[in-house]
Design a protein around this ligand. Structure first.
Ligand SMILES: CC(=O)N[C@H]1[C@@H](OP(=O)(O)OP(=O)(O)OC[C@H]2O[C@@H](n3ccc(=O)[nH]c3=O)[C@H](O)[C@@H]2O)O[C@H](CO)[C@@H](O)[C@@H]1O[C@H](C)C(=O)N[C@@H](C)C(=O)N[C@H](CCC(=O)O)C(=O)O
Ligand SMILES: Nc1ncnc2c1ncn2[C@@H]1O[C@H](COP(=O)(O)OP(=O)(O)OP(=O)(O)O)[C@@H](O)[C@H]1O
Ligand SMILES: N[C@H](CCC[C@H](N)C(=O)O)C(=O)O
Length: 515
């Protein structure tokens, strides 16, 4: 139970029907979850419009409805009020505001008593590297004994508690609920991935991030249900840097200044291979163990005289960093994580420990399928990630690279041709299979991937059943080869027409174990 006036504090709203109830018992944005006495927030979604479920919400006992358009006519209101009279309830209260998604964030923040005020929240955004970087930062804080929470694609967790979520960045109501749990548990820090969808749909409204990281930006997530075009995608990412104190940017990315310009950052740090960066990497060496590929580099910490554009070495300026993950992109992710950790005085030993023992589930996860060749499961599901991954693996001079992948349905269609083209160019043999087709025809998705493969003159075959495709790829591997199973990483399901069926690439690969 919460006072309605208090929940609506800071919001612009007007009451268009009935009277504001003194208290509400619940905040709900899904009519199917409404309980008696609730405030039902109508959200205009990508498939459905919450305003169409007002009647259901009222039948379930909602006391107030928050809308962003006056959708209820007199006849409907009379019907609803007659219904309520029979049940001895007051007339329905209808409130109107400009944007109900933004309102949901504001109301949720009040409902959960402003948990963000008691936390230092670190946000990570970018087209690629969010999960890996957030995970590294969280591991560093944890290794240093700092109670911290993690929110991202793989899971939400702190200490031994963990929970799966539907989105990389949860809806505002769930987000504030999670933050409240973390505060009550004694967490001081939260590291979270912030997707462009979350920024677009106001899921993180009301949070002032103590630090925000920008990893990189490439064309992605454009299409129905995501972003209209690249400009909108970029503008949404930029919003994170308008609600943060410290901004940490990948200086080698062509878009970093677009992210920084007009930001709210009181402090700016940069990282990259550029000598201008505050955290600068050089002298890279590839590492290859029996069950892991890794990388080692020299980290130089420079202090830049921002005003004069001068560069001056800091006293304790260099360090040999070892990361238990391969490739240039792991160097970028670790540089970002180190830049964050040092802002919070995380000791070097904790940083080293986290990077040495790092294994992000489903990210370049090496499986003991055979002692003669390498099998890797990875979450690369766009061209940028697949390109970075395959180039990285090429650097280890394998015999051949066999790549097995598909593309998700109801997601940016450009990914299909582009991933086909990248795989055709960088892999020696490609097996095109099925990812999460969702509501689309998997054969049509495969056709579009094959256009890219043809364009790159790649060698490929098609096996729609993912288990069979994986078995085929592994059974055709020769000593010294690398088999890459890309696209689903940590996922433990395959989504077809709204249903999630159990499926785990790691289990499918281990079924093919050869001795
Ligand atoms: C396209 C999109 O962003 N969809 C999100 C959106 O769902 P939606 O707008 O489609 O909702 P809807 O089904 O149309 O329903 C609209 C409203 O009607 C309500 N409703 C619906 C039915 C009913 O009977 N009663 C009712 O009240 C719903 O509760 C909702 O409030 O709002 C939901 C609740 O917040 C999200 O879970 C859902 O994310 C879907 C699952 C999704 O996967 N989105 C992707 C694109 C996404 O957000 N991805 C990013 C990561 C991208 C990256 O890798 O960078 C993420 O952060 O996860
Ligand atoms: N900094 C990076 N640049 C390019 N590719 C990367 C980078 N970091 C990771 N990758 C590749 O992309 C894959 C996904 O990485 P990660 O999950 O960290 O990114 P993400 O931004 O969270 O992705 P998503 O938005 O799809 O959830 C990795 O498995 C790896 O192949
Ligand atoms: N966060 C990503 C996940 C895609 C994973 C891939 N397996 C697919 O289903 O397309 C997205 O929502 O675009």
């Amino acid at each position: 139970m919460r006072q309605t006036e208090k929940l609506l504090q800071g919001l612009k709203w007007r009451c268009i029907r009935g009277e504001l109830p003194r208290e509400v018992t619940q905040v709900a944005y899904d009519s199917r979850k409404v309980e008696p006495g609730a405030l039902f927030v109508c959200i205009q979604g990508s498939r459905q419009d919450g305003h169409a479920f007002i009647r259901e919400a009222v039948e379930r006992g909602a006391a107030a409805i928050l809308t962003e358009k006056d959708v209820i006519d007199e006849e409907q209101i009379n019907q609803i009020n007659n219904l309520r009279k029979v049940n001895n309830l007051r007339k329905i209260c209808v409130l109107e505001t400009k944007d109900t998604r933004a309102a949901l964030a504001s109301i949720s923040r009040q409902w959960f008593d402003n948990p963000q005020e008691n936390l230092k929240i670190i946000g990570v955004t970018g087209t690629k590297g969010k999960t890996s970087t957030a995970w590294m930062i969280w591991k560093m804080f944890t290794a240093a004994g700092q109670k911290s929470g993690l929110i991202g694609t793989i899971e939400v967790c702190y200490d031994t508690w963990q929970q799966k979520i539907r989105n990389t960045t949860p809806e505002s109501y769930e987000l504030y609920e999670i933050l409240r749990k973390m505060v009550d548990h004694g967490c001081q820090y939260v590291v979270m991935e912030v997707s462009s969808q979350a920024l677009k749909l106001h899921r993180v409204n009301g949070i002032m991030f103590d630090a925000a990281v920008f990893t990189n930006l490439r064309e992605d997530h454009i299409g129905a249900g995501e972003h209209a075009d690249f400009a909108e995608y970029m503008a949404c990412k930029h919003r994170l840097f308008c609600q943060c104190r410290i901004g940490i940017f990948n200086q080698d990315d062509p878009y970093w200044q677009e992210m920084w310009r007009g930001s709210s950052c009181e402090k700016v740090l940069t990282y990259g291979f550029s000598r201008q960066a505050d955290y600068c990497a050089d002298r890279v060496q590839l590492l290859r163990g029996s069950d892991r590929l890794g990388v080692q580099y020299h980290l130089n910490r420079y202090r830049i005289g921002k005003n004069q554009g001068e560069m001056e070495a800091a006293s304790e300026n260099s360090w040999n960093v070892v990361v238990n993950a391969p490739g240039k992109f792991s160097i970028y992710n670790s540089l970002a994580a180190i830049s964050v950790a040092e802002q919070y005085q995380i000791p070097e030993e904790a940083i080293e420990k986290a990077l040495h023992t790092l294994q992000v589930p489903g990210r370049i996860e090496m499986l003991p399928v055979s002692p003669r060749f390498i099998v890797i499961v990875d979450y690369a599901h766009n061209a940028m990630a697949l390109d970075a991954l395959l180039r990285t693996l090429r650097d280890y001079h394998p015999g051949r690279i066999i790549c097995i992948f598909g593309c998700g349905g109801n997601r940016a269609a450009e990914r299909r041709f582009q991933m086909g083209e990248v795989a055709g160019r960088l892999a020696d043999l490609v097996v095109v299979t099925t990812d999460n087709p969702r509501e689309e025809d998997p054969e049509k998705i495969a056709d579009e991937i094959c256009l890219g493969l043809e364009a790159a003159k790649g060698k490929y075959g098609r096996i729609p059943d993912r288990g069979q495709a994986i078995a085929y790829g592994i059974s055709h591997a020769k000593p010294g080869d690398i088999v890459v199973i890309a696209g689903k990483g940590h996922e433990t399901y395959q989504e077809i027409n709204g249903e999630k069926y159990p499926m785990d690439d790691r289990k499918l690969a281990m079924k093919c174990k050869v001795w």
